[in-house]
Design a protein around this ligand. Sequence first.
Ligand SMILES: Cc1cc2nc3c(=O)[nH]c(=O)nc-3n(C[C@H](O)[C@H](O)[C@H](O)COP(=O)(O)OP(=O)(O)OC[C@H]3O[C@@H](n4cnc5c(N)ncnc54)[C@H](O)[C@@H]3O)c2cc1C
Length: 309
Amino acid sequence: MNYLPAKLKKRIAVVGAGPAGLAYATIAAERGHQVTLFDAAEEIGGQFNLAKKIPGKEEFYETLRYFRRMLELHDVDLKLGQAVIAEELIGDLFDHVVIATGVVPRKPAIEGINHEKAVLYIDVINGTKPVGDKVAVIGAGGIGFDVCELISHSGSSGAVDRNVFAREWGIDFDNHPRGGVTGVEPVVAKTDREIWLLQRKVTPVGRGLGLTTGWTHRLSLARRGVKMLNAVEYVKIDDAGLHVRREEKTEVLPVDTVIICAGQQSERSLFDRLRDSDFPVELIGGAYKAAELDAKAAIKQASYLAAEV
Ligand SMILES: Cc1cc2nc3c(=O)[nH]c(=O)nc-3n(C[C@H](O)[C@H](O)[C@H](O)COP(=O)(O)OP(=O)(O)OC[C@H]3O[C@@H](n4cnc5c(N)ncnc54)[C@H](O)[C@@H]3O)c2cc1C
């Protein structure tokens, strides 16, 4: 993309400093607009601050380092720790407002969903809720897989330590055997936890993951001993654990923790308030479309719109 200088310079407010808001703010500012970027959190990054904690996704630290530098280079006025309300945007402070408020996790309607065993993936990744030794993960989309990766993993990650990567995938980087593989059984530490990764869909677990990388995620979890079940109906959560129905049989998974990874909904409350007021406003990223793991789409959409504004 060629980002050309803006013909008419605008004062732009971008709300939400996740990947979408960051891309929009930095590109619009690079083109000469005066941009203020708000986030309720104390750091930029939005959900990338969760993603970067997953073993194998450490590269997102670098994405955020890149955006931090771009914000500085292009003089974006960054306001962290500010949960913006509509009244602060309407008026003559800004000519244009962009809402990039991301998503909120979806809580499925299961009996006992408010039981203390049931926790949201956000709290698990942030370490604000403890995870027991026996765990059921509800939802086997990208986030369910990531959460299993996190709670079944020990030691350093193969993404940052090439020796670990080589051991886990049976690769020899030094002696160049045929195809790079040693032929020796890969060494993968089994998890100390008992983990069930569950989905309602009847398709094989993990079918919806990336075509070229999905098999690696399925294989690494299976090697660590994570049990994956499809066609599961969630009956209830109580002191005994998670009650499920599968193949016409009901059973209790005797878990201490049930991690909810049951999708996300766009966070549009601010956008809806502004739209009602006829203020010029654009909606981008997860707030526009809550696609589970698609920062690329969010960044692309933000970049195109920022190139035009
Ligand atoms: C564990 C995990 C792993 C992931 N892995 C990948 C991956 O491998 N590949 C991939 O492409 N995607 C991945 N994703 C998804 C990716 O992170 C999202 O697609 C992306 O973050 C969406 O960007 P966004 O800017 O739209 O929203 P978000 O990242 O959700 O950011 C929204 C921001 O808005 C702020 N906000 C909300 N309301 C207000 C308000 N009123 N005032 C001020 N600020 C507000 C929030 O604090 C937040 O910082 C992952 C997500 C998670 C949770």
